[in-house]
Design a protein around this ligand. Structure first.
Ligand SMILES: [Zn+2]
Ligand SMILES: [Zn+2]
Length: 112
């Protein structure tokens, strides 16, 4: 399904139509930092941060990680069903739907 830009229709948040095509899937500015436990190693800390990880072909999801796990680049080992839920949640954080995420992943794959 193609989404063509409609002239005269202002994009949400006044985004530039030229850049609206590309979505920064790693943008965590809309991700809530909830909880006090690292979602990878389970450590309870107060300096957790949100990191994004690409979960195979499912898409990009965000996780609450401690600095150690975040720096090591590990992706939390989650079941496929859970991973899909995380990806769906991160779509909401980005304000896009799963179709748009899949589209963006395709574009990024084409860059390589
Ligand atoms: Zn951790
Ligand atoms: Zn998120």
């Amino acid at each position: 399904m193609q989404r063509l830009p409609v002239l005269g229709a202002a994009p949400v948040d006044g985004g530039d139509p030229m850049t609206a095509r590309r979505i920064d899937l790693d943008d965590t500015s809309g991700c809530p930092v909830g909880g006090s436990r690292c979602e990878s190693c389970g450590a309870e800390r107060d300096d957790l941060r949100v990191e994004t990880a690409t979960l195979g072909r499912l898409g990009v999801a965000c996780f609450l990680l401690c600095p150690r796990c975040g720096d090591s680049g590990v992706v939390p080992n989650v079941a496929v069903g859970t991973a899909m839920r995380f990806v769906g949640q991160h779509c909401e954080h980005l304000g896009i739907d799963l179709d748009q995420m899949a589209e963006e992943l395709d574009l990024q794959a084409g860059d390589r």
